[in-house]
Design a protein around this ligand. Structure first.
Ligand code: AKG
Length: 262
């Protein structure tokens, strides 16, 4: 079901104030259950290869997803409601730069508070309007027990040290982001946040799609688009993916994005 214009207006206002907005029950549970089934072997392979050097802290894994099959579904990466909000807060004609997942397992811990990107103009000492968004959706329900994201409202517009000082002195409320399968979170990646421990024996996978302003190229992430996927994509998806490499089907290894906290 499409959002109405006034619903989009309300989501945009919430996003600009808080640095995030939630679309409840947005994607179908059937679709996400299929993603979960396809994701399981990728997670297991990643855990086996990354065991001695987990890329996001103890028992916490960042797994890039292959841009193929159901993971390349335009109904997800070009969802009209999500794109309408992305375009209102970060400008027309955005770039899709990332498709990956974050999964804490039993034994994971609190991450340090962080942003996912540095400011555009470090020397300016102030923040700009939004330029880099994460669209997150979990592949399971996210409960207080299995490692919900913790985040802080409004910190996307504060200078980093000021925001960290406010968190430390308890002047910024901390939000524990519970989500159900189907919910979609759109956030400004400068909103200061951290992963929390998963205290259950089940993985808690969270997909992340990254969207940038139309002129922003982020070399630290990429989507390697296999030629056969590219050939089957509609024009809108090709436009979103325009800064990413198109590779032969046999040559689509995934990126290795390790520097993630700013
Ligand atoms: O998945 C999460 O709960 C947060 C992970 C995170 O913020 C990160 O690894 O940058």
């Amino acid at each position: 079901m499409r959002l109405t214009n006034s619903e989009i207006d309300a989501h945009v206002a919430a996003f600009n104030r808080d640095g995030m907005v939630m679309l409840r029950g947005h994607f179908s549970k059937e679709l996400l259950t299929a993603w979960r089934t396809a994701f399981e072997p990728l997670l297991q392979a990643h855990i086996a290869s990354d065991r001695d050097n987990p890329n996001r802290g103890a028992q916490r894994h960042y797994v890039t997803l292959p841009f193929a099959g159901l993971f390349a579904d335009p109904a997800v990466h070009a969802d009209p409601d999500v794109l309408a909000i992305v375009e209102r807060v970060a400008g027309a004609d955005p770039v899709l730069c990332q498709l990956a997942s974050d999964t804490p397992l039993l034994g994971s811990d609190y991450q340090a508070w962080h942003r996912d990107t540095p400011p555009l103009f470090e020397e300016w000492g102030r923040e700009t309007p939004s330029f880099q968004l994460a669209v997150n959706f979990p592949l399971c329900d996210v409960t207080p027990e299995n490692g919900p994201l913790e985040t802080t409202l409004g910190t996307h517009l504060l200078e980093r040290n000021q925001a960290l000082a406010q968190i430390k002195s308890a002047h910024t409320a901390i939000e524990n982001v519970a989500m159900q399968l189907g919910d979609v979170l759109i956030r400004d990646v400068r909103q200061i946040h951290r992963g929390t421990p998963n205290r259950t024996d089940q993985p808690r996978p969270m997909v992340v799609l990254g969207y940038s302003r139309r002129w922003l190229y982020r070399p630290e992430v990429q989507i390697r688009v296999p030629q056969s996927t590219w050939d089957a994509l509609p024009a809108q998806s090709r436009q979103l993916l325009r800064f990413n490499p198109i590779v032969s089907d046999a040559d689509a290894p995934l990126d290795n994005y390790r520097q993630f906290a700013y």
